[in-house]
Design a protein around this ligand. Structure first.
Ligand code: GDP
Ligand code: NAG
Ligand code: NAG
Ligand code: NAG
Ligand code: MG
Length: 415
């Protein structure tokens, strides 16, 4: 057993206070990966919001809204800010909500997320794994775009978010928030939160464990779902060009907290909690997927008596079970074979018996026929000898000159 660690003072500068710098340098060199999934019906402003968030133009052509089913379209980008490199993947849900039957619109999305987990798991399970060079495609965050109807969530929203809340960090946002009035927006937000709670949907919460930041993050959590406005246009405000949407009655400034929650969303999504979401994806959502999959494959940390079980033991147990199964199968097949042979044998015996019966029948028939023939032959012979006798009698009578014919014996015989 290891003794409890003792804390000792250092007399001079050793240098491991450099460790954080080493970590930062390494991380910066490697670059960062972030995968963002946007769910929302066609034309709700997904592409526009992405352009707004990253203040760039991703130059995607608008997708068709005539798809037979929902298609997930990932698109990778390399971004550079200062000396920090980011591999950003934006996954678009093409055709979401466009079908007449929206019952399983969530399925392709769930499948996509699981596929990315599966790919990572397979890499992890390899003997020669290279997770360092592996391009992680697991979805770190999911923006769910809610229609600004003012009437709460639709069934498709509830079903989809419920399916996703154990797989990914869901952040619901109210799209096109400039189309909804200030008072309505407050009620709308309350209604959405109430509906999410009533359906037990766990959306992503900004971390509040740290006391120093707990207050800010808690207050941010109360602003969910963020009401956002996106725009690809700029307008002059004062002496600056800012992203805005211009209407005949005024201008909506995207980056103004009194107009919408866009700044809050950007702050929480990109500037403070990106790393946290990456962590949660790996430590919570991926872990759950991994656990479920490994259990499905028959692995377990404990045996049926709740005793710890090593990987090797599990393998041996599995192999043993497999062998038993094989042996049982073999035995079954043997029994089946014997049964079949017996059946065939009985069938053959029956056939033989039948043949014998037919043979006996034919033999009997033959014997009877033969007897009949013999009788007939005998009768004929009798008749011939009778005829001979008569002939001789007749000849004798002729020779002796007598004309009398004695037919008495013949008559007597016929009786
Ligand atoms: N009023 C309003 N319109 C928006 C907003 N964001 C995008 N739009 C408009 O909605 C239309 C569809 O946007 P787009 O980003 O292509 O939607 P996507 O199909 O979800 O990618 C475009 O005409 C945008 O100008 C918004 O916040 N408010
Ligand atoms: C966004 O980009 C435009 C130029 O395309 C620039 O004028 C503007 O200042 C940028 N906004 C921010 C917040 O950096
Ligand atoms: C929220 O929480 C994260 C993680 O604990 C922290 O880095 C951040 O500073 C907090 N505050 C805000 C305003 O996001
Ligand atoms: C935000 O909008 C309000 C109201 O329209 C305006 O008074 C304020 O100057 C704007 N803030 C900035 C930074 O533009
Ligand atoms: Mg689009």
């Amino acid at each position: 057993m290891l003794d409890k660690a003792r804390s000792v003072g250092l007399a001079g500068h050793v240098g491991f206070d450099n460790l954080p710098d080493q970590l930062v340098n390494k991380a910066v060199q490697k670059g960062f990966v972030f995968n963002l999934l946007c769910i929302g019906e066609t034309g709700i402003g997904k592409s526009t919001l992405m352009d707004t968030l990253f203040n760039t133009s991703f130059e995607a052509k608008p997708n068709s809204h005539k798809c037979a089913s929902v298609i997930l379209k990932p698109q990778a980008y390399e971004l550079l800010e200062g000396n920090v490199q980011m591999k950003l993947t934006i996954v678009d849900t093409v055709g979401y909500g466009d079908q007449v039957n929206k019952d399983d619109s969530f399925k392709p999305i769930v499948d996509y997320i699981d596929q990315q987990f599966e790919a990572y798991l397979q890499e992890e399970l390899k003997i020669k794994r290279c997770l360092q060079a592996y391009h992680d495609t697991r979805v770190h965050s999911c923006l769910y775009f809610i229609c600004p109807t003012g009437h709460g969530l639709k069934a498709i929203d509830l079903v989809c978010m419920k399916k996703l809340d154990t797989r990914v960090n869901v952040i619901p946002v109210i799209a096109k928030a400039d189309t909804i009035s200030k008072n309505e927006l407050l009620k709308f937000k309350e209604k959405i939160v109430a509906e999410l709670n009533a359906n037990g949907i766990k959306i992503y919460q900004f971390p509040t464990e740290d006391d120093t930041v707990a207050e800010i993050n808690t207050s941010m959590n109360t602003h969910i779902p963020f009401a956002i406005v996106g725009s690809t246009e700029f307008a002059r405000v004062g002496n600056k060009m800012v992203r805005a949407r211009q209407y005949p009655w005024g201008t909506v400034q995207v980056e103004n907290d009194t107009h919408c929650d866009f700044i809050k969303l950007r702050e929480m999504l990109i500037r403070t909690n990106m790393e946290h979401m990456r962590e949660v994806t790996h430590a919570k959502h991926y872990e759950l997927y991994r656990k479920t999959r490994l259990e499905q494959m028959g692995f377990s940390d404990v045996d049926s008596d709740n005793k710890p079980m090593s990987f090797q033991q599990t393998c041996e147990k599995k192999m043993h079970m497999h062998q038993q199964e094989l042996a049982q199968k073999e035995e079954e097949m043997k029994q089946q074979f014997i049964q079949r042979v017996k059946e065939k044998e009985a069938e053959l015996k029956d056939a033989e018996r039948e043949l014998h019966a037919i043979f006996d029948q034919i033999k009997d028939d033959n014997a009877r026929e033969k007897k009949g023939m013999e009788d007939y032959q005998k009768q004929l012979e009798d008749e011939i000898s009778e005829f001979q006798r008569l002939k001789i009698q007749y000849q004798t009578a002729q020779l002796s000159g007598s004309h009398t014919l004695s037919l008495g014996t013949l008559k007597g015989k016929k009786k």
